[in-house]
Design a protein around this ligand. Structure first.
Ligand SMILES: Nc1nc2c(ncn2[C@@H]2O[C@H](COP(=O)(O)OP(=O)(O)O)[C@@H](O)[C@H]2O)c(=O)[nH]1
Ligand SMILES: [Mg+2]
Ligand SMILES: [Zn+2]
Length: 354
């Protein structure tokens, strides 16, 4: 070992001038002998010391308040946390850096606890505000499923609307389950089966429920257990009634009347992940009412429209729109009756509306 490799341990010196630049060293003569210069800390050192005092745990954002305040669930404890300065800088520029549903690393040694890291999202529930000015709005992240809710009657079942909701879920990369509610109003079960069989055939889980009689509610609860879900669907189809039936303690306001009042008055209600007593979460959000599709949805819908996913790769053209093209698997399926004319028409209408 060369002598210069030996680490020379110097006695601690209170004054350190290494990083101080002085034009004229003679000025030092004016300092009293016992002055203490503060050692300049290197950035590496700062980070090191800072991390040592941290106590990171993983958690989930349930709710966002104003002023960078977040409600976080971690190990069954609820924390009110703030955002680290570093993340705040990002948040200032991009409103979507933090979303309800995000998994985070929380420093519980800080006072108040501080979000130090946001983990990558598996998906986001995104809605577009306005029709021309396409501004994406991230409502929540890391959801397992969308419960597309329709009613048999009052309001009348609209399969074209179900198609649209299913497309929205697929665009968000979130699984969908279909719930047909108010089946107590159905006199003819065969008609109900026929109207909805297509979705079952192409692989969707479809349930018939009644918030009034309780039919299908236990089955639905099983599907919601230990998963994070959000209910979508037209107003008045019975979403709040179903949720109250599943979890009576939530006592959500129901009926069209209160819905209209909400629109006019309590528009401040935010997005929140509510833990179910049976495991998993319910996302309650006013943001789901928007059903606008994004600009680039038009190019994706030929591949994600209900039932089209396995067919589109079989079309001759990669970017087949299933309208005028030769050797189109969707058009063949339409001809041989595998796709009902009503669904195909719904597809064409949806594409043309974009
Ligand atoms: N007959 C019948 N009515 C229902 C059922 N579910 C909800 N309703 C009624 O439908 C109306 C709208 O329900 P609500 O839960 O507010 O619908 P939401 O807008 O989807 O949340 C209310 O008057 C409910 O009482 C059902 O299964 N059967
Ligand atoms: Mg409601
Ligand atoms: Zn095609």
């Amino acid at each position: 070992m060369k002598p210069k490799d030996k680490k020379i341990i110097k006695p601690h010196r209170p004054a350190r001038l290494k990083n101080t630049r002085l034009r004229d060293l003679a000025v030092l003569d004016d300092f009293p002998d016992n002055i203490k210069f503060k050692a300049k800390r290197t950035p590496e050192k700062v980070a090191e010391n800072y991390k040592k005092s941290m106590q990171l745990i993983s958690g989930r954002i349930l709710e966002m308040k104003s002023n960078y305040q977040y409600i976080i669930e971690a190990d069954n404890i609820i924390y009110t946390a703030t955002l680290s300065g570093r993340l705040k800088q990002f948040a200032f520029h991009s409103k979507s850096i933090v979303a309800v549903g995000d998994y985070v690393e929380l420093d519980i040694a800080a006072e108040p606890p501080r979000i130090e890291n946001i983990l990558p999202r598996k998906n986001t529930l995104t809605r577009y505000l306005g029709t021309n000015f396409q501004r994406p709005n991230i409502i929540a992240s890391n959801l397992d499923q969308v419960i597309v809710t329709s009613s048999w009657r009052k309001p009348m079942i609209k399969p074209a609307l179900i198609d649209r909701y299913l497309c929205l879920a697929a665009l968000d990369n979130i699984d969908a389950i279909i719930v047909i509610n108010k089946v107590d109003l159905c006199k003819n079960r065969k008609e109900l089966e026929e109207t909805t069989s297509y979705y079952k055939t192409v692989g969707y889980t479809l349930l018939y429920t009644s918030a009034l009689t309780g039919e299908g509610i236990d089955e639905l609860r099983e599907l919601l257990k230990n998963r994070d879900s959000v209910f979508s669907g037209q107003s008045g189809t019975g979403k709040s009634s179903i949720i109250n039936r599943l979890e009576p303690s939530l006592n959500l306001p129901t009926a069209e009347v209160s819905d209209y009042n909400e629109k006019g008055k309590h528009t401040t209600t935010g997005t929140i992940l509510i833990p179910w007593s049976f495991g998993g979460h319910l996302l309650d959000t006013p943001g789901i009412k928007t059903v606008n599709l994004s600009k680039d949805a038009k190019s994706q819908i030929p591949r994600i429209f209900p039932g089209f996913a396995p067919l589109a790769p079989l079309c001759y053209f990669n970017d087949c729109t299933h309208t005028h093209e030769e050797n189109c698997a969707v058009l063949s399926a339409l001809e041989n009756g595998k796709i009902p004319a009503t669904r195909y028409l719904s597809y064409v209408n949806l594409i043309n509306s974009l």
